[in-house]
Design a protein around this ligand. Structure first.
Ligand SMILES: C[S@@+](CC[C@H](N)C(=O)[O-])C[C@H]1O[C@@H](n2cnc3c(N)ncnc32)[C@H](O)[C@@H]1O
Length: 250
């Protein structure tokens, strides 16, 4: 009895250590890539892919230089990551120059063949999409209308599938879209957040799940306040509010 307990706890520890080591090895590739995804958020993406069935498909909306793309693609060789980013010129994300950086970052042998890049807007892809999708990561344009459209990817998930939304409670546009789309949805259950990475599961939410979304609003207000302080160069006051980073809260 005791031996069997020790055996299973040892197995669990070995598995945990194996998973941690796999992520550490992956993070060495992710860390130098520019972007806003934190280390803990990269780990969430990585583990979410590791938990998928064999030969699954992941949709990523908004790739930029490939930081999140790498976190998704390095997790498993059998999973296909469909990375959607139009890399439009003239925006704040660098357009074609950023595309070149993205392609360089994704040309490494460890991820070659795991990522399909579609240089289109996410809605163009969604309208024509006829494949299964098992995990969706949304980090595209952050205005409310674009995010509302991007969140519709969640309707394509199977029961239990996960919808991960970056800047969930730190961007006004994304947060409004979550309140308009995810909060009233009968098919999206809020499963918490890691920093601003909000996690939803395709499942029927309870009243408490909906209240948990609303309970994030004070944290959202704090984040908007910190962004305002940083724009006004009032970092010492942001520090008093517990924000010690030069960057916005992610
Ligand atoms: C915040 S960045 C993504 C960051 C990236 N996920 C990372 O981890 O570094 C937003 C990206 O969304 C892309 N984007 C803008 N409009 C889009 C659209 N309609 N569909 C998909 N991506 C879009 C931009 O080109 C930009 O690269």
């Amino acid at each position: 009895m005791i031996r069997s307990y020790e055996g299973s706890s040892l197995n669990t520890r070995v598995e945990d250590e194996g998973r941690a080591a796999a992520f550490e090895a992956a993070y060495a590739w992710i860390e130098p890539v520019g972007g806003w995804l934190t280390r803990d958020q990269a780990r969430v993406l990585f583990e979410a892919v590791r938990a998928l069935p064999h030969n699954s498909t992941v949709v990523e909306v908004g790739s930029h230089q490939g930081r999140s793309t790498l976190a998704l693609a390095l997790a498993r060789p059998d999973v296909t990551v469909v990375a959607i980013d139009p890399f439009e010129a003239g925006g704040r994300f660098g357009g074609p120059a950023t595309r070149q950086v993205f392609e360089d970052n994704l040309s490494r042998p460890r991820v070659r063949g795991r990522v399909e890049h579609l240089a289109l807007r996410s809605t163009q892809v969604l309208d024509a999409w006829d494949r299964p999708v098992h995990l969706v990561f949304v980090d595209g344009k952050h205005d409310v209308l674009s995010t509302l459209r991007d969140l519709q990817w969640g309707d394509r998930l199977p029961p239990g599938g996960r919808l991960l939304v970056h800047d969930g409670f730190s961007s006004i546009g994304v947060t409004l879209a979550l309140l308009l789309h995810a909060l009233p949805s009968p098919n999206l259950r809020y499963a918490g957040r890691v920093g601003s990475l909000a996690m939803f599961v395709r499942a029927r939410p309870s009243g408490q799940d909906r209240l948990a979304v609303l309970a994030e609003l004070p944290w959202f207000a704090r984040n908007v306040g910190i962004k305002v302080l940083l724009r006004l160069r009032l970092r010492p006051i942001a520090r008093l509010a517990g924000h010690h980073d030069r960057a916005d809260p992610y």
